[in-house]
Design a protein around this ligand. Structure first.
Ligand SMILES: [Zn+2]
Length: 54
């Protein structure tokens, strides 16, 4: 699964729980940026490069 952010083709490795929006799946760099917002919880998915089918 690819990162959901526009213009990003990295593999999504983190599920972000966003209180004011739907959950989204993003790559690690985007998770770091987006996870700084208040209330957002970053939840790693899969195991390293091996992603669980969600
Ligand atoms: Zn990304």
């Amino acid at each position: 699964m690819e990162c959901w952010e526009d213009e990003c083709d990295r593999t999504a490795t983190v599920e972000l729980h966003v209180p004011w929006d739907d959950n989204r799946f993003v790559c690690a760099p985007h998770a770091r940026v987006l996870g700084r917002q208040d209330g957002v919880v970053a939840d790693p998915i899969g195991d390293g490069d091996d992603l669980i089918g969600v």
